[in-house]
Ligand binder design. Structure first.
Ligand SMILES: Cc1cc2nc3c(=O)[nH]c(=O)nc-3n(C[C@H](O)[C@H](O)[C@H](O)COP(=O)(O)OP(=O)(O)OC[C@H]3O[C@@H](n4cnc5c(N)ncnc54)[C@H](O)[C@@H]3O)c2cc1C
Length: 500
């Protein structure tokens, strides 16, 4: 492997992946590293990717981002969860609300107390015990770490934002920290005899050499795929959607603090509310529905007038078999793609760059670093893949060929075992380092219709009287807190009126 020191990193691509990578690398390693980013105005970016999940706070904090400044400059709104309509069956809805539900008892998760309460007749709807859900549906929000005078978690949130403005915001941070930006289209990728990338050559003739290359060039994978020919593992047999159409529409008022995902006969639609507009899209399987019918579903489902022309996007769900190969690391769409059902792509960019930081090959690339990076990346994306398949597979829908195919497909063993364990015992088999919490799995499993047949005997530690009291208390605490919370819209109005 390359024994030379890594002094210069070249990032190919200036979409969300490129600019997140540039911002983190310069902020964290800028004293020892030179970073150049190449982007092409002629090619542009994918132009979608507007919903995030709570770990984005880690990124924002690491970059020293001021929340109000960031929100007002990216038209951001608060996201407390994702509502899934029509997924279990038409007319049904539930939410993957962020954060905890209920209140844990020593060593015993809330869900076990809920399951015991269900048998005893004390439990009501699972989401009556979710602060995030109750606040989301009532359009409320405030920064609240804990529920006062209790040990219960407060609101856990992420953001919806304008992807283009977000990339611009990160570009500002990166350039201030010393990133050199080169505008131009790469026409040639030069490799050395050992197969490493030496340089990229622009249409203008300019050559940019580097020690380590990040391929942030989008779906095509200019370096990892076209130059290094690293393979792609296709997951379409589990996730049949392969196309999307995106369109923007007029903003709705007041703005909802959650993402909507609305299933249709051959996929689903997203609705992402921003302060100045709404982002919409339809995701579908081209084997089950035509582009025209999908567009019709998108346009008839808008809650405001469209303000842009429809943008057509094709994708194949799967992952690059080696995200790091030779001196090239794929980050973003070039590394793989999972449809945006749980808003995980930006998160995967963030974790890839943090992983690179931790394993950074200062004194030359070692095979062990590459292997560890690839092992962790694979485990991470496969866990997310299983979570997304769950939404499709565990459904009561049989109203179309698409849903019948999803119900009947063979699923990964890892997922099959998780579902069966939960169904029979209420236990969630979740690796410690996994992105989705036990509560996330429980909400989607229960929301899709898997209600466990039993509960853990730990829940029997409470007497009947204590259990009834527990249920009443938790719901009443949550109801009282939500009652007093300000409106999400008022929170946004304050953010957008403060001088930056
Ligand atoms: C339909 C859809 C919806 C999505 N929704 C979400 C969501 O809600 N939440 C989420 O987290 N993620 C979402 N994503 C994923 C998200 O959009 C991407 O992860 C994110 O935008 C990163 O894209 P990227 O930077 O890898 O690629 P791109 O945005 O495609 O950027 C590629 C860059 O490479 C440059 N480039 C390419 N070729 C060349 C060349 N030859 N020379 C020079 N430069 C070149 C381009 O100019 C561009 O700057 C969604 C994706 C899709 C397809």
């Amino acid at each position: 492997m390359n024994k030379d020191k890594i002094n210069h990193v070249v990032i190919v691509g200036g979409g969300t992946a490129g600019w997140i990578s540039a911002a983190i690398l310069t902020r964290m390693l800028g004293k020892t590293l030179r970073v150049t980013l190449v982007e092409s105005d002629d090619i542009g970016t994918v132009g979608v990717g507007e919903a995030t999940i709570p770990p984005i706070m880690v990124l924002n904090n690491a970059l020293g981002i001021d929340q109000a400044d960031f929100m007002s400059k990216t038209n951001a709104t608060i996201k407390l969860g994702i509502e899934f309509e029509n997924w279990r069956k038409p007319g049904h809805s539930y939410m993957h609300a962020f954060g905890k539900l209920g209140k844990d008892f020593p060593f015993c998760g809330f869900e076990q107390l809920w399951l015991r309460g269900l048998q005893a007749g004390y439990s009501t709807d699972f989401w009556d015990y979710s602060l995030n859900y109750q606040a989301a549906k009532q359009g409320k929000f405030a920064m609240l770490d804990k529920i006062p005078k209790t040990d219960m978690q407060g609101l856990v949130y992420a953001f919806h934002f304008d992807a283009g403005l977000y990339a611009r915001y990160l570009r500002g941070i990166s350039e201030q920290a010393g990133v050199s930006r080169v505008e131009g289209t790469i026409e040639q990728v030069k490799k050395s005899t050992d197969g490493n990338i030496e340089s990229v050559v622009l249409k203008s003739g300019e050559t940019i050499a580097g020690d380590l290359f990040l391929d942030c060039s989008g779906f095509k994978g200019l370096l990892i795929n076209e130059a290094l020919e690293v393979g792609y593992e296709d997951w379409q047999h589990w996730l049949p959607c392969d196309r999307a159409i995106a369109v923007q529409s007029q903003a709705s008022y007041p703005v909802k603090p959650y993402t909507q995902s609305i299933a249709h006969e051959a996929g689903w639609r997203w609705r992402i509310p921003l302060t100045k507009r709404t982002g919409n899209g339809v995701v579908y399987s081209s084997r089950h529905i035509s582009d025209d019918d999908a567009l019709d579903k998108l346009l008839t489902g808008l809650d405001g007038e469209p303000t842009t022309e429809p943008r057509y996007i094709r994708f194949s769900t799967g992952r690059r078999t080696h995200q790091w190969h030779k001196n090239c690391i794929a980050v973003g769409l070039s590394a793989g793609f999972l449809e945006p059902l749980e808003s995980t792509s930006i998160h995967l960019i963030q974790t890839a760059v943090i992983r690179l930081l931790k394993l950074f090959p200062h004194d030359g690339i070692k095979e062990e670093e590459i292997n560890e990076f690839n092992r962790q990346s694979q485990a991470e994306i496969e866990h997310i893949r299983d979570f997304i398949i769950l939404h499709y597979h565990v459904t009561e829908r049989d109203d179309s060929e698409f849903w019948r195919d999803c119900r009947n497909m063979q699923i990964p063993t890892t997922l099959h075992d998780k579902i069966e364990l939960f169904r029979t015992s209420g236990k969630v088999a979740n690796p410690v380092e996994s992105l989705f919490s036990d509560e996330a799995w429980q909400q989607v499993l229960i929301g899709q219709g898997v209600v466990p047949q039993d509960y853990h005997p730990l829940a029997d530690a409470m007497t009947e009287v204590q259990l009834a009291e527990y249920h009443r208390n938790v719901k009443s605490i949550i109801a009282q807190v939500v009652e007093k919370l300000p409106k999400h819209q008022d929170f946004l109005d304050v953010v957008n009126s403060s001088p930056q």
